[in-house]
Write a protein that binds this ligand. Structure first.
Ligand code: DLZ
Length: 163
């Protein structure tokens, strides 16, 4: 059960829970595969580092980031015992409005799937102006957003099962 926090500092730097009890799916978009592959490697390594068992991690690929929403929805329908779904993609700005449509659709779609199933569905989608910005966030100078997505999944799975 939730308890009252003693002071404001309890909000900062919460420890990362042990993930050994959780079943987590990772859905990876194939578009910009060099980048999404690096996000995937980071997410997988981080889940394992925090105790998620290898046989409780389910990985699938979908063609593009637009498909992440449907894949998360299908996953949670077929496997309702999942504790979280991590969606990984990379959308790079081009000359047309495609970027805006995909980013809006996947952000709203992932949000709605999570609410519908009352499960954490994690937005691990890079939305960048160019490839270099994406590389910088997929194991480059700004870290790996796949790692962050994995930590968020564990924290939210813990939240959902202990609140
Ligand atoms: C079509 C398209 C374009 C132009 N750009 C990207 C992108 O930068 N990143 C990405 O993940 N996917 C892209 N796609 C593919 C769409 O996500 C989707 O797969 C197609 O529109 C088919 O539904």
């Amino acid at each position: 059960m939730a308890s009252h926090l003693k002071n404001l500092s309890d909000f900062s730097h919460t420890t990362i829970p042990n993930g050994s009890a959780f079943k987590i799916a990772i859905v990876v978009a194939e578009w910009n595969a060099k980048i999404t592959g690096a996000l995937y490697d980071g997410a997988l390594k981080t889940l394992l580092k925090h105790g998620v068992q290898e046989n409780n991690i389910y990985s699938v690929a979908v063609p593009g980031s637009f498909e992440l929403t449907a894949a998360a929805e299908i996953f949670l329908n077929r496997q309702p015992d999942l504790d979280a779904v991590i969606c990984l993609g990379c959308v790079i700005q081009g000359d047309t409005k495609h970027f805006d449509f995909i980013c809006d659709a996947v952000a709203n779609g992932i949000t709605n799937v999570g609410i519908k199933h009352s499960k954490p569905v994690i937005f691990g989608v890079l939305t960048t102006n160019d490839e270099q910005q994406a590389l910088d966030r997929a194991g480059g100078k700004h870290g790996n957003k796949g790692d962050e997505a994995a930590i968020t999944a564990i924290k939210m799975a813990d939240f959902a099962t202990t609140i």
